[in-house]
Write a protein that binds this ligand. Structure first.
Ligand SMILES: [Ca+2]
Length: 472
């Protein structure tokens, strides 16, 4: 249209100039002839007669107009090309949306995402085109309206997803992302530094593993009360294991077995069976431990401690002053365990109670060589309120039954500081009653005699320099 207009304007301007010149040249003027025979004359044209300045202006205007028109033509040609390209794309989009509308294909999240992306792209370009043309182009306006309609249609179709396929797919993607994050977190989490057995380079007990059932005691299921464990002197003595079920009276220990290895214990073979013949040498209750190849226990019907050499079977005794016995202040659910031997990284201990302390737990440190008490601490925990107790790095930990399937470490007393506190470390048990419970510093395990079954647990300590919360 504009291209057609330009030649018309140019032709009109030239016609006007020709008419003016023709009218002025019709006048007669006086001239002269030079020596070469060339004629000269002077014509004075008044400005009012011939508008030379207008001619000049017209020429400049004509020139500028030509440039402007050429630029517009170039611009329009480029827009025509763009419109042609996007018209093709729009037709393609229209066809795809129609296919989706008629349900000819299974639409997916990807279909919609691609459609929306392309529509957004075209919409942006059309908006740009529309602005360039000042909103005067009918075709562009129509394109704009059409692309807006398609955009709305795609959004509506997405919302018509009755089967929530897209929602589920998005949730799956979100779950996969969380899974990857979790996996990355696990991979990036550095394992805590290994704890050295027999040392106290940790921040205390923070958790207890699930139980590991070794097997039933050698006397059978009827022998529900007893004790078992591994040599708990730091270094492990000879590494022997002992199993000591109480006699059928459920009070006295009259026999026990020693196994030279864990495999022998599990396979019931190559054991040393020891029967105690003298009543005074019997054990009483289940607070028995094996420490540096000596068996320590409460001597029968007394407040004495017995120390039995497993090589020579020589027996040594000591009196635990003021200690009550004969089931005066035993543990809850487990009778005749007034005196409970224990061992940890710091050595040999005995846990008991006295009338003077009203049945509260008293802890005494023993010198195993001289077999004497070196120091004593009194706690505020009533001994029958606990189901059992053990020592770790000079700290007494007491347990109680939460129910028939769960025990809990609920109390601690630190002999180094004299401070006590309450804990909440539950752990499962296989049978209802904990008949004995001892810690071994050589493997960080708890050894439990659980209604006739030999059970062990791994203790989990807080590594030094790592926050407690990260371990729970
Ligand atoms: Ca114990």
């Amino acid at each position: 249209m504009i291209a057609f207009l330009i030649p018309m304007l140019l032709a009109s301007a030239q016609s006007q100039i020709t008419d003016i010149l023709t009218a002025e040249l019709a006048r007669n003027v006086t001239g002269s002839l030079d020596k070469d025979g060339v004629c000269h004359c002077t014509v004075i044209l008044p400005d009012s007669t011939f508008p030379a300045d207008r001619l000049e202006y017209l020429e400049i205007y004509n020139y500028n107009l030509s440039i402007s028109v050429e630029q517009q033509i170039t611009t329009i040609h480029s827009y025509e090309l763009l419109v042609t390209v996007y018209l093709g794309k729009l037709k393609n989009l229209t066809a795809r949306v129609e296919t989706l509308e008629t349900g000819g294909l299974t639409y997916t999240e990807l279909d919609f995402q691609l459609l929306k992306l392309e529509i957004t792209e075209i919409e942006a370009l059309i908006v740009q085109l529309r602005a360039s043309l000042n909103g005067t182009n009918v075709i562009v306006e129509a394109l704009y309206v059409e692309i807006r309609n398609i955009s709305i249609l795609v959004h509506q179709m997405e919302s018509y997803d009755k089967n929530n396929v897209l929602v589920i797919r998005r949730e799956i993607v979100a779950l996969q992302k969380r899974l990857e994050e979790c996996q990355n977190h696990v991979n990036s989490s550095r394992p805590p530094p290994p704890l050295v057995y027999g040392t106290c380079e940790h921040g205390g007990l923070v958790n207890i593993s699930k139980p590991f059932v070794v097997h039933l005691n050698y006397d059978g299921a009827g022998y529900t009360k007893g004790a078992w464990g591994k040599d708990s002197a730091v270094g492990g003595g000879k590494g022997y294991y002992f199993v000591a079920p109480l006699y059928t009276d459920l009070v006295s220990m009259r026999a026990f077995r020693i196994y030279s290895s864990y495999n022998n214990l599990v396979l019931y073979k190559q054991h040393a069976h020891r029967s105690i013949s003298s009543n005074s040498d019997y054990g009483q209750g289940t607070g028995v431990i094996l420490y540096d190849n000596f068996l320590y226990y409460n001597c029968f019907n007394s407040r004495n401690l017995c120390k039995l050499n497993l090589d020579t079977y020589a027996l040594t005794r000591m009196t635990l002053t003021d200690a009550v016995y004969n089931n005066r202040f035993s543990y809850a659910h487990s009778t005749y365990q007034d005196i409970d031997l224990a061992a940890d990284e710091d050595g040999l201990w005995v846990i008991y109670s006295t009338e003077q302390k009203y049945g509260n737990i008293v802890i005494s440190k023993l010198n195993e060589t001289s077999f004497t008490v070196t120091q004593t601490w009194t706690t505020s925990l009533y001994k029958p309120a606990a189901s059992n107790a053990f020592m770790v790095c000079g700290v007494l930990y007491a347990t109680r039954a939460l129910n028939t399937q769960t025990e809990e470490v609920f109390y601690m007393y630190d002999t180094k500081t004299g401070k006590e506190g309450y804990l909440n470390i539950p752990y499962p048990k296989m049978k209802e009653v904990v008949q004995s419970l001892s810690y071994n510093p050589n493997d960080h395990k708890l050894y439990m005699y659980n209604d006739g079954f030999l059970v062990s647990y791994d203790l989990i300590f807080q590594p030094v320099g790592i926050e407690k919360s990260s371990l729970e």
